[in-house]
Ligand binder design. Structure first.
Ligand SMILES: C[S@@+](CC[C@H](N)C(=O)[O-])C[C@H]1O[C@@H](n2cnc3c(N)ncnc32)[C@H](O)[C@@H]1O
Length: 481
């Protein structure tokens, strides 16, 4: 394989001929003010992230690369042992906070016993571990609005700068390569980038997914504004041509997807992921099981650390062969399938349709016949489903929601089912919305009349480092009653 630095050199060559002819027959620029589309306000989470990164923009002694690294991978200056110490301390503080909140809820004057925290499980891979990266488009350090990378600064402060992420420790070379070539492509394209939705423009971020076998999926997000279908087709053709026959072919992209979207995030149902070239899925292997992953399905970003996480969850669940396992927020079925040999039956619930199709396929692929995956919001599906689950055998729940935590109705359904004695909660942000879930699992029934089931109590917690060089880590928290 060509060295990555050599591949970057190719980018120095002049305009690719396809664009020359595209420029000649270039579609007229539309007045963007006329065709403002709905949506497009950045999510509050993104706003907060940008606000956080604001201070870096003003510090003149640091290079742009350092400022970006401090924003995206704030622990990069520390050795890994020190990073783990910090994360362990941080998780300890979160558990102390939880303990204090539970003491307050219980109304007793003395503190409840602390929650045992086991030592953090390190990530087996420390560098370039991400299997999925999303690169934004914005104005670069040199003022070029067609710069692909990660941005620092805030829209409000008017100081956003997009810096390429070539130096970031958590991103693999292949992702960086695709980002560089995508930048080259959009720079040659006659279409403008879409930086702020209501200002018009078309080219948006690119997501790159890779697997351990070296396959690559690229997903290009595009704002259609007022372009016709035929006009969009011309640009899709240019994209395919560039990445299959043009300079971008060095990226060796196995799947090239395109999503026309007028919102920050769109599901496949809202706006289909269009396969422009190659394979529809990417595959990954975990704990000896094979997983097919669709373009919009979730998969843990650090494959090796995900194995540690699922192994830990399997061990802490203490399931038996007669148990039913509820896998709430099941994604492509990784937890349920990897635990399927330990239980009688797995029932997974997941909101993303493609992920559920993947999960069903993955069960077949692995010749696992005791898994059922249901598509829908857990807060809608679980309350109905749980009443049909009888008391024969045990019932164990593993919940792994996104940062937003679980809906109250999910907690209520789990708490009020008398057969659930153990619940394993996996959270990548236990000090956020998940804390509300923990309180609702553990408060007394007098405090919450609708939570009539016996309260749970946290028994043990294990942090698993999924994201070296960042402040984040997964926490596995076991509740029992
Ligand atoms: C952190 S991921 C975990 C996925 C899976 N457990 C795994 O380890 O690969 C969270 C999953 O919850 C799903 N999700 C988010 N909100 C949901 C809801 N209200 N009901 C069901 N699933 C939801 C997401 O689509 C995502 O697949």
């Amino acid at each position: 394989m060509q060295a990555v630095s050599q591949m970057f050199d190719i980018l120095k060559r002049p305009t690719w001929p396809f664009f020359k002819c595209l420029r000649k027959c270039h579609l007229p620029r539309v007045s963007v003010r006329r065709c403002v589309a709905s949506g497009g306000t950045p999510s509050s989470q993104k706003k907060k992230k940008r606000a956080k990164s604001r201070e870096h923009v003003g510090s003149p002694s640091l290079s742009w690369e350092e400022k970006l690294a401090d924003t995206v991978t704030p622990l990069w200056r520390l050795n890994y042992e020190e990073q783990l110490r910090r994360k362990q301390d941080q998780q300890q503080r979160i558990l102390l906070e939880l303990s204090n909140q539970l003491t307050e809820l219980s109304g007793v004057s003395c503190s409840l016993p602390g929650i045992p925290l086991l030592p953090i499980i390190p990530s087996p891979v420390k560098y370039h571990y991400r299997n999925k990266s999303t690169f934004s488009i914005n104005k670069g350090v040199d003022g070029n609005p067609k710069t692909v990378g990660f941005y620092i600064g805030t829209g409000k402060g008017g100081n956003i700068v997009c810096v390429n992420g070539d130096h970031l420790l958590n991103i693999p070379e292949k992702h960086k390569l695709v980002a560089r070539y995508y930048e080259d492509f959009i720079r040659q394209s006659p279409l403008e980038p879409c930086i702020v939705f209501h200002d018009g423009g078309h080219w948006r971020e690119v997501t790159v997914r890779t697997n351990a076998a070296g396959n690559t999926m690229a997903i290009v997000y595009f704002h259609p504004q007022c372009l016709t279908t035929e006009e969009i087709c011309t640009h899709k053709d240019a994209l395919v041509e560039y990445f299959t026959k043009g300079p971008g072919s060095v990226c060796d992209v196995d799947s090239l997807y395109f999503q026309e979207s007028v919102m920050t995030r769109c599901s496949h149902q809202q706006s289909p992921y269009q396969l422009l070239h190659g394979q529809p899925h990417i595959h990954e292997e975990l704990l000896g099981y094979k997983f097919r992953i669709s373009a919009d399905a979730f998969f843990q970003v650090n494959r090796a650390a995900a194995e540690s996480l699922y192994q830990t969850v399997g061990e802490l669940s203490h399931t038996t062969g007669s148990d039913i396992l509820l896998d709430v927020c099941s994604g492509t079925g990784a937890i349920g399938i990897s635990m399927s040999s330990r239980v009688k039956k797995v029932i997974g619930i997941e909101i993303i349709e493609q992920a559920v199709e993947d999960a069903k396929y993955n069960a077949m692929l692995n010749k696992v016949s005791n898994c059922e995956f249901i598509v829908g919001k857990a807060e809608v599906v679980l309350p109905k489903l749980i009443t049909s689950l009888g008391s024969v055998g045990g019932l164990t729940a593993v919940v792994n929601p996104s940062r937003a935590g679980l809906h109250y109705r999910v907690i209520k359904a789990l708490r009020n089912h008398p057969c659930i004695h153990r619940l394993v909660y996996i959270s990548c942000k236990p000090d956020g919305e998940a804390m509300r879930n923990f309180r609702d699992l553990c408060c007394s029934s007098e405090q919450h009349r609708k939570l009539s089931g016996k309260p749970f109590a946290p028994r043990v917690a294990v942090p698993v480092d999924m994201f070296p060089h960042t402040l984040h880590c997964e926490l596995v928290l076991v509740f029992e009653r």
